[in-house]
Design a protein around this ligand. Structure first.
Ligand SMILES: [Zn+2]
Length: 275
């Protein structure tokens, strides 16, 4: 005979229901992730945070690099269209030659610090970095982290959803800037290793689908390793990420699949004869 649920079980059942309906499926990997945030709200606040970054860093005047970022970013944006249908894309090169860094924010805001070109020179290499950063966004890693913080703050899912309802406007530019580290240095958001590996995996698949050689991800990693060797404080792109050697191994494992996608992306209706 079925016993009726004790009354105390109802809130947790309700929480479970809310939790199940607040799951998000990460593109490419298919992982189910918690998302209690409002994507529209997060995109709005991220756009404001991006404006703040733009007001604090001067823009690069290197037209070749600016064009390169637009070209590469535009192609990746097309590939991720269904993962970010409402994105209002913006790609900006900042004049920060000492910073080997790049970032992407919800809503399609992408920044590259000019120091990044030390390790990412060609279109394929830049695509590897940009696709990695955009993968953090389509995988909603920031959404997930905010959701976990909301949960921790509210004590349970029902409370967190309540918080979300009343406090949608409480998500501020400074919350976002806080997540990304100090707004002055725009430090790389410290994700955990699993998230970094997920972004690496999704990123090389995106780059390959956009027609960029996914093997470039390895070149970038190797240069990053060379660049960081013997440095007391590694560049930001490296400092919060898993060890480079670990990332290289994972990228190598994902390469056969990525190369397949890359070859498919190269199939054009009319053959191009290169002379
Ligand atoms: Zn990352």
């Amino acid at each position: 005979m079925l016993k009726p649920f004790p009354p105390a079980a109802f809130p947790s059942l309700l929480a479970l229901g809310v939790l199940l309906s607040s799951c998000y499926q990460v593109p490419v990997t298919g992982r189910k992730a918690l998302d209690l945030t409002s994507d529209t709200e997060l995109a709005k606040v991220s756009a404001a945070a991006f404006d703040e970054v733009k007001s604090k860093h001067s823009r690069s005047k290197d037209q070749a690099r600016i064009d390169q970022l637009q070209r590469v970013g535009g192609k990746i944006a097309k590939v991720v269209f269904w993962d970010m249908p409402n994105a209002d894309w913006e790609f900006v090169v900042f004049d920060e030659p000492k910073q080997i860094n790049a970032f992407a924010m919800a809503g399609g805001k992408v920044g590259v610090f000019s120091g990044l070109f030390k390790i990412a020179n060609t279109d394929d290499e830049l695509a590897a970095v940009i696709a990695h950063e955009i993968a953090h966004v389509t995988a909603r890693h920031v959404h997930e982290r905010l959701s976990q913080e909301m949960l921790a703050e509210a004590g349970n899912v029902v409370g967190a959803v309540g918080l979300m309802g009343v406090g949608a406007g409480s998500l501020t530019t400074s919350t976002i800037m806080g997540l990304y580290g100090s707004s002055a240095s725009m430090q790389m958001l410290a994700y955990d290793r699993a998230k970094e590996k997920e972004a690496d995996y999704i990123g090389i698949m995106y780059a390959a689908r956009a027609g960029y050689n996914p093997e470039a991800a390895l070149t970038v990693m190797e240069r990053l390793e060379a660049e960081t060797a013997g440095t007391p404080s590694p560049p930001v792109f490296a400092s919060t990420h898993p060890p480079t050697s670990e990332r290289i191994t994972e990228i190598q494992a994902a390469l056969p699949k990525a190369l397949e996608l890359y070859q498919k992306s190269a199939i054009k209706p009319a053959p191009t004869v290169l002379k």
